[in-house]
Design a protein around this ligand. Structure first.
Ligand code: 13P
Length: 261
């Protein structure tokens, strides 16, 4: 069976002010409009401050817009936080959750990520769940165990999904982002990426059966125009989650052009 259609997603992180965002979104939107029928889905995840403006700007374009995080609760006394419903309200269709910069930089645990994933699915948004090992974990031979534990801990359990949508290939994306490859210019070998992605697919199959075959598994970590084509050809790599290169429209669009479903 053919794999899922590829997804190329840009994580702008805590970069980009309004004017730059308009230029970047405009350039990506123009690419999507002029490149002919795209062979992949495109998503940009701007900072929350400009999400609404970018979503408005891209409303007639095939480029979707997502958030980078949200709170697990739908509303309430959580100063400074943003709910999944709020992201949906201003045009987001997806939310990145459990990014390593939040897990390792801000102490987000699997349980916190799991609660956020549930909130995102409840708001009928797509959850892009990030997992990945640190360099020390890889050196200690723990990569596959770490990935399995993060998946088990971060995806909603059967119990907590009662009354809400179960994980499906439509509402769930998993991003494999080795922590040591993010922003460093280093990437795992193609064989290492294949091992990790095959393992993630097998873990998901154990959980939801053959529907797992259509869950998109993104690779993230120093993906650039010059390595994208070969990474995107690896079995079970269904797209990319791009950080630094997504801030440059030419680079991001070159990566999109390398994605053949
Ligand atoms: P870089 O592409 O800058 O390595 O970042 C990857 C990332 O963290 C995407 O979420």
């Amino acid at each position: 069976m053919a794999g899922p259609r590829k997804l190329i997603a840009g994580n702008w992180k805590m970069n980009i002010l309004a004017a730059e965002g308009q230029a970047l979104a405009g350039a990506v939107g123009n690419y999507a409009a002029s490149a002919g029928p795209l062979d992949c889905d495109l998503l940009v995840c701007p900072p929350a401050t400009i999400l609404h403006a970018v979503a408005e700007q891209l409303s007639d374009s095939p480029v979707a817009v997502g958030g980078q995080n949200c709170h697990a609760e739908p509303s309430g006394a959580f100063t400074g936080e943003i709910s999944a419903a709020m992201l949906a309200d201003v045009g987001a269709t997806a939310v990145i959750l459990g990014h390593s910069e939040r897990r390792h930089g801000l102490g987000e645990t699997d349980a916190m990520v799991q609660a956020k994933v549930s909130a995102v699915l409840n708001a009928n948004l797509i959850a892009i769940v990030c997992i990945g090992e640190t360099e020390a974990e890889r050196d200690a031979g723990q990569t596959l165990a770490v990935l399995r534990n993060q998946l088990d801990g971060s995806l909603p359990s059967a119990a907590s999904t009662e009354g809400m949508e179960e994980l499906t290939e439509v509402n769930t994306v998993v991003a494999y982002e080795p922590v040591w490859a993010i922003g460093t210019g280093r990437t795992p070998t193609e064989a290492e990426i294949a091992v990790a992605h095959n393992h993630i697919r097998a873990c998901l199959e154990k959980r939801i059966g053959s529907a797992a075959d259509q869950i998109r598994l993104l690779y993230g970590g120093s993906m650039k125009p010059d390595n994208a084509a070969s990474i995107l050809l690896i079995d079970n790599v269904d797209g990319g989650l791009i950080g630094g290169a997504s801030l440059n429209a030419d680079d991001f669009c070159a990566i999109a052009a390398a994605a053949v479903s």
